[in-house]
Design a protein around this ligand. Structure first.
Ligand code: SF4
Length: 484
C-alpha cells in the first residue's frame, strides 16, 4: 500500500499527490492562535483544506486537532510529505519520527539548479533579471523575441483614462464556506484574534476555481497585464490576475500556467510585453524568492543594515485605515483590511516605503505582511520585505531602497488631489508624510546611503542644508507615533 501523503495547507493542488494514494489533511488550531491572521486569509486556508478533503472523499483523512503533532500521532502506517514551505515547518517535519520528506513540488527550478547558478554568481549581488534569463534558457521559455525587461514597479504609471479590463469573476461560496465562517466566529468568541474584515471569499479554494480564474485571466485580462501599474482609488485590482494565493496554496502548478501564457501570446491577441510581464512574475520572481529563502541562511532575516529599530504602531498592525488622513495610506491599508490584498505598487511604495522611512523593524514588518496578505508566506516576505522593501540586507538582492516621496506617489496615482497634505511640502503645516519621511530617512541613514544619487533625487529639500533636514527629522520624530 502506498504511504499516506500529508498535504500541507500550501500543497492542495493535484500535483502534490500521486495516483490514488491516501492523504492526510490537518487543521491545527494552534496555527491560528499563535499570531493574528487576517480573517479572510484564515477563511481561505480552512476552506481550501476542507474543499480538498471533500474532493478526495474516502482517500482523505482530515484531522482537526490543537497541534500538528497531535494529528500525526493518530496516523498509523507509512507517511510522507513534500518539502515544507518554511524553515519552521521543515524543522517540525524532521522532528517527526518516520515521516519521509520528499523534494519540493510546485516550483520549476530545483535547489541544485539554483545553487549552481547562484554559486557561479557569487562575486556580486544575486539579481532576479540574471536568474530569470537563466531560467528561461533552462525551460526554453520566451527565448528570442522578448528580451526587454518590463518597466520597473518602482515608478508607477499614471492612472489610465480608459478602463476596459473585465473584472475578475466572483466566487460563489458554498456550504463549506458557511461552516468555515461559523467556526471562525466561534473561535473569535473563544478569544482567537484575527485582523481585517470578514467578507465574501474572493480567492479560489480549489484547483477547479483557480484554474477557471486562470483561464478567464488568459482570455480576457492578460492583454492588460503590466508590472507598471497606477495606484487608483477607482480600481484596486486592475489587470492583476488575483492568482497569487492560488499559486501559494499550491492549487495551481506554475509550469502549465507559464506554457498557457506563452500559448496565449502566440494567438496574437495578447501583446508580447503582457505575456513577458506575467511569465516574469511566475518563472522569474516567484521562483527567485523561493530559492533565495533556502539559499540564504536563516540569519538573513536578522541583519538590520539601516537604522531601523522602531516598533510598528498599532494603527498599522490593526489596519485602522479609517483613522488616517493621508489619503494614499488610508486607501492602501483599507484595501488590506477589506480584501487581504493590495497590489505590488501599494505594497512597496505606500506600505513598505512608510515603514522604511520611519525605521520600523524589518522582521516585524515581514511578519505583518505574511499575516495580513492572503498570498503572504514566509518565503515570499523574506526577500521582498527584508531585502527589497526595507533594504535591511546590505543590497544582497536589490540596488537601492524603495524610498520615494509624495511627489512620486502623486505622479503614479490619483491620491494627492483629495488629501489634506501637500505632496511637495516636507516641512511645516501640510507637509506630506512621505516627502518629509524620505528626507528624515536620508538624514538618519546618510552615513550609509549618502552617495546614492537615485535616492537623493527623491529628496525635495537641499540635502546640504543640514538645519532644514534636522528640522524635518524633528518634525517627523514628533509625529512618529501618530497615524498620518
Ligand atoms: Fe499620500 Fe502625501 Fe499624496 Fe497625501 S499628499 S496622498 S500623504 S503622497
Amino acid at each position: 500500500m502506498s504511504p499516506r501523503r500529508w498535504l500541507l495547507a500550501d500543497q492542495l493542488g493535484p500535483h502534490f499527490v500521486d495516483d490514488d494514494q491516501p492523504v492526510l489533511l490537518v487543521e491545527a488550531k494552534a496555527l491560528f492562535r499563535q499570531r493574528p491572521l487576517h480573517r479572510q486569509k484564515a477563511h481561505l486556508i480552512l476552506s481550501a483544506i476542507r474543499h480538498r478533503a471533500a474532493e478526495l472523499g474516502e482517500r482523505a483523512l482530515l484531522l482537526r486537532t490543537e497541534t500538528f503533532r497531535q494529528a500525526l500521532s493518530q496516523v498509523t502506517g507509512a507517511i510522507e510529505v513534500c518539502h515544507p514551505p518554511s524553515r519552521a515547518a521543515l524543522r517540525f517535519a524532521r522532528s517527526v519520527e518516520g515521516l519521509s520528506i520528499l523534494p519540493p513540488r510546485g516550483f520549476m527550478t530545483s535547489f541544485d539548479e539554483f545553487a549552481q547558478w547562484a554559486d557561479g554568481n557569487r562575486r556580486g549581488p544575486l539579481r532576479m533579471a540574471a536568474f530569470y534569463r537563466d531560467a528561461r534558457r533552462r525551460h526554453d521559455v520566451l527565448l528570442g523575441t522578448l528580451d526587454a525587461p518590463p518597466p520597473s514597479a518602482n515608478r508607477p504609471a499614471p492612472p489610465p483614462s480608459d478602463r476596459r479590463i473585465p473584472p475578475v469573476p466572483e466566487i460563489e461560496e458554498d456550504d463549506i464556506d458557511a461552516e468555515v465562517r461559523r467556526d471562525l466566529d466561534r473561535w473569535t468568541a473563544e478569544g482567537i484574534r484575527f485582523i481585517g474584515r470578514d467578507g465574501p471569499r474572493r480567492y479560489p479554494a480549489t484547483h477547479a476555481e483557480a484554474d477557471a480564474r486562470l483561464q478567464h485571466f488568459l482570455r480576457h485580462r492578460l492583454a492588460g497585464y503590466t508590472r507598471q501599474v497606477p495606484m487608483s482609488t477607482q480600481d484596486h485590482v486592475l489587470a492583476h490576475s488575483q492568482l497569487s494565493s492560488s499559486f501559494n496554496l499550491g492549487l495551481l502548478d506554475p509550469a502549465p500556467a507559464v506554457r498557457a501564457a506563452e500559448a496565449a501570446g502566440r494567438t496574437g491577441n495578447v501583446p508580447p510585453a503582457a505575456v513577458a510581464s506575467f511569465v516574469r512574475q511566475l518563472l522569474g520572481w516567484r521562483e527567485f524568492l523561493w530559492q533565495l529563502y533556502w539559499y540564504f541562511d536563516p540569519a538573513y532575516r536578522s541583519p538590520n543594515w539601516l537604522i531601523a529599530n522602531e516598533p510598528i504602531p498599532d494603527w498599522f498592525l490593526n489596519l485602522e485605515a479609517d483613522a488616517l488622513q493621508a489619503h494614499c495610506m488610508s486607501d492602501a491599508l483599507g484595501a488590506v483590511r477589506d480584501r487581504a490584498w493590495a497590489h505590488h505598487a501599494q505594497r512597496l511604495l505606500l506600505l513598505g516605503n512608510y515603514g522604511l522611512q520611519r525605521g520600523w523593524r524589518p522582521a516585524e514588518l515581514a511578519d505583518w505582511f505574511q499575516r495580513a496578505f492572503v498570498d503572504g508566506a514566509d518565503w515570499v516576505m523574506n526577500a521582498t520585505v527584508i531585502g527589497m522593501s526595507q533594504y535591511a540586507d546590505l543590497a544582497r538582492i536589490d540596488t537601492r531602497p524603495y524610498a520615494v516621496s509624495g511627489v512620486q506617489i502623486d505622479d503614479g496615482s490619483d491620491y494627492c488631489g483629495n488629501c489634506c497634505y501637500d505632496p511637495v511640502r516636507d516641512l511645516g503645516e501640510g507637509a506630506c508624510p512621505y516627502t518629509a519621511g524620505i528626507a528624515a530617512f536620508y538624514q538618519r541613514n546618510r552615513a550609509r546611503l549618502g552617495g546614492d544619487a537615485r535616492l537623493l533625487e527623491h529628496v525635495t529639500s537641499d540635502v546640504t542644508d543640514k538645519d532644514r533636514l534636522d528640522a524635518i527629522a524633528a518634525q517627523e520624530a514628533k509625529r512618529a507615533s501618530t497615524a498620518p
